[in-house]
Design a protein around this ligand. Structure first.
Ligand code: ADP
Ligand code: MG
Length: 679
């Protein structure tokens, strides 16, 4: 009778499925089942309760794993474990065998409706089959690791929960195990047809190792398709440590150099290339991340990137090799791809492995959100892989892993910046999104970012925050002692404003990533007494207010008259008119968009941070009228109303034109009017 090792039962719940709902459901069903069938619970001594369940198989089939295809991953993991155990035993002298170059072979027998998984590992005696197979949820892998504690901790043994083997019943109606232990014990043949009864007999197998034969069930015949199996092997086993053979392939015989034959007419033909048939090995047993960084060259990292993403033609910008064994075990390589401005790049490209077995490409919760834009692999035996996501996020080890990765990324960025600043600056545009996003979302990363986060100017100079601060503090501090950092988001659209600011000797940054308004907000709230102002936010004298204010050439009366006149012509729902005494040669009319409103609007568009409800922002502009300009004086003095209006409209349209706000019919009218004026 097949039994469940009940002291392990909580583990079933943990790993039964990625969804907590499923595992709980599974548990309830099982309990129900046990009650309904008056199943006997016996062997109560020493807390090792074995429950015999009349028929657990339908339950396994339905609820053990949400994803049936993982049975193959589990069986190959067992075959790998069996091989690694033998390797370990022979290395510590507990197995006197020739280890050789063992393989794992997968064979599809479509006609016979069978799938074979064959290994050359340590095998099992009949007693071991009783112990390890007939007890569900008893993990031989854990037992092995306990026994060989120190020496085996880096052996890469995969098994954990003692549930992997039974996943075979999700796709098979009958399972056979033919196994020969590396010891002298005779081979054993175990068969189970999905009822709790099994048969265990002797077998004449003589070579060491185990063959698992799955008699694929009617509803799972997809697993008899060679292409389906190949896809699965490439998905889950591409980097497993023991070579996996799946069929054979023809290659050019490396020993054979085709010679050129000249026939009797003098015609030359090349002898056909001789082909040979070799094992088709699916996996790369030694992927780059399992090696030491010192043993890898830049080219090796790039090659591995191509191996991970064969369809990706763009090269990564740089990589980060993760390698830690205390207080948790983690290896991996992360790559920075070229990101550019696009926030919507395909995320979730990082693959998560456990001892070289692919687990998932959803690393949410393990890798900080901002790093999900990166690519690469993470491998850790310490991440509780099969448990639910919410549990994962609360798990202490996982939190540590996440902050370790954040720190490693920050350190790497710092060292790249320090070792080759020029190169780092050249890459800035492609990596800034990740960095800025990280600064916003991870406090620790924000603290470290001072060492490498860059603030480029419109002229292509890259400053760190401190450098920028020192550069501009003398010139760009306003009369209240506040440092004003000027920036533009679009060099062309804001050209005239940028020029005006530069004429005053001010530095103008070019901050054009989609989340920049959030970042600015964050910087303003963490750094003392600074504010950011976009160059088109107001007239430059207002953006950075100094003590020396210009004297207005207009009297108060004239100003009132001007205001009344402008009100008549300019639509008040679109523009807030604001009279300003400025340099006489500054533009007569300037359209600006107040920093606060614009920034809130942008923040709302890129998610979060807005103070108003969705769509709550009217398109509002200021019209700054330079009362000291000659044109404004002329408008005031013009006698005919008609002409005054024309001058105002023309000036307004010119101001709108320079902001890119003149479009459609209004643009057509403007052009018509302009031609008439120069006629
Ligand atoms: P786990 O791998 O978590 O220990 P499994 O249910 O996958 O649990 O397997 C149960 C046990 O059965 C293994 O620990 C191992 O002792 C034994 N076993 C399974 N497959 C093989 C195999 N191919 N060769 C030798 N032993 C095996
Ligand atoms: Mg297993």
């Amino acid at each position: 009778m097949i039994k469940i090792a009940f002291n392990q039962f909580n583990k079933i719940l943990d790993c039964a499925s990625l969804s907590p709902f499923n595992s709980w459901y599974f548990f309830c069903l099982l309990m129900n089942h046990i009650n309904n069938h008056n199943l006997n619970i016996y062997n109560m001594t020493k807390g090792n309760i074995n429950v015999s369940v009349e028929n657990i198989f339908p339950l396994i089939k339905k609820f053990l794993y949400s994803d049936h295809e993982i049975f193959l991953r589990e069986l190959i993991s067992n075959a790998t474990d069996a091989t690694l155990k033998l390797k370990h035993l022979s290395s510590v002298g507990d197995a006197k065998v020739e280890y050789g170059n063992p393989q794992i072979e997968i064979k599809v027998d479509k006609k016979g409706k069978k799938l074979h998984i064959i290994d050359q590992g340590l095998g099992m005696t009949a007693e071991e089959v009783e112990k390890y197979i007939n007890q569900i949820a008893f993990s031989g892998a854990e037992e092995f690791l306990d026994k060989y504690k120190d020496s085996a901790k880096d052996s890469g043994i995969i098994g954990h929960f003692g549930l992997g083997f039974y996943s075979a019943f999700m796709v098979a109606e009958k399972v056979e195990i033919i196994t020969k232990s590396f010891t002298d014990a005779p081979a054993a043949h175990w068969t189970c047809d999905g009822s709790p009864e099994f048969s265990l007999e002797a077998h004449d197998k003589t070579d060491r190792g185990t063959e698992i034969i799955l008699h694929i069930a009617e509803d799972s015949t997809e697993f008899l398709e060679e292409s389906r199996i190949r896809t699965l092997l490439l998905k889950y086993n591409k980097f497993m440590p023991i070579p996996i053979k799946f069929g054979t392939k023809e290659i050019n015989d490396p020993e054979h150099e085709p010679s050129t034959i000249t026939d009797k007419d003098g015609k030359e033909t090349k002898e056909p290339q001789r082909k040979i048939t070799v094992d088709n090995i699916i996996n790369n047993p030694n992927p780059a991340w399992t090696k030491q960084p010192a043993d890898l060259k830049d080219e090796d990292y790039k090659d591995f990137y191509r191996e991970l993403y064969p369809m990706q033609f763009e090269e990564p910008l740089f990589n980060i090799h993760l390698n830690v064994d205390y207080p948790f075990n983690l290896t991996g390589i992360l790559y920075f791809p070229k990101l550019g401005q696009d926030m919507n790049i395909q995320k979730d490209k990082i693959q998560l492995y456990q001892n070289q077995v692919f687990v998932t490409d959803n690393v949410e919760g393990i890798v900080p959100e901002f790093l999900t834009m990166l690519r690469g692999v993470i491998d850790s035996p310490d991440i509780p892989l099969n448990v639910s996501r919410s549990y994962l996020q609360a798990d202490g080890a996982v939190k540590k892993i996440s902050s370790y990765i954040t720190r490693k990324v920050a350190d790497k960025l710092k060292s790249l910046f320090n070792s080759n600043r020029e190169d780092f600056e050249a890459k800035w545009n492609d990596i800034k999104i990740v960095i800025e996003y990280g600064m916003l979302s991870e406090e620790k990363f924000f603290e470290k970012s001072g060492d490498f986060a860059l603030y480029p100017t419109v002229d292509g100079t890259y400053y760190t925050y401190d450098e920028l601060f020192n550069k501009i503090k003398a010139n760009q501090t306003d009369k209240d002692g506040k440092l004003v950092i000027l920036y533009a988001s679009d060099k062309d659209a804001q050209h005239s404003y940028i020029e005006t600011a530069k004429a005053k000797g001010y530095e103008v940054l070019l901050l054009d990533s989609p989340i920049v308004s959030h970042l600015i907000q964050k910087l303003e709230s963490t750094k003392e007494n600074i504010s950011f102002a976009r160059v088109d936010g107001d007239h430059i004298n207002k953006l950075i207010q100094k003590d020396d204010t210009e004297i207005s050439k207009l009297t108060e009366e004239q100003k009132t008259a001007l205001e009344a006149l402008l009100k008549e012509v300019i639509p008040s729902e679109k523009f807030m008119v604001q009279l300003e005494a400025m340099d006489s040669d500054a533009s007569p009319f300037i359209i600006t968009q107040p920093e606060f409103m614009r920034r809130m609007k942008e923040m709302q568009q890129t998610g979060g941070g807005g103070m108003f409800g969705m769509g709550g922002f009217p398109e509002m502009y200021n019209l700054v009228v330079n009362t000291n300009s000659k044109l404004v004086g002329d408008i005031l003095e013009t006698k005919t109303k008609n002409k005054q209006e024309r001058l105002i409209n023309q000036s307004l349209d010119l101001a709108r034109l320079s902001q890119g706000l003149l479009k459609g019919e209004e643009l057509t009218n403007f052009i018509k009017r302009s031609y008439e004026m120069i006629k």
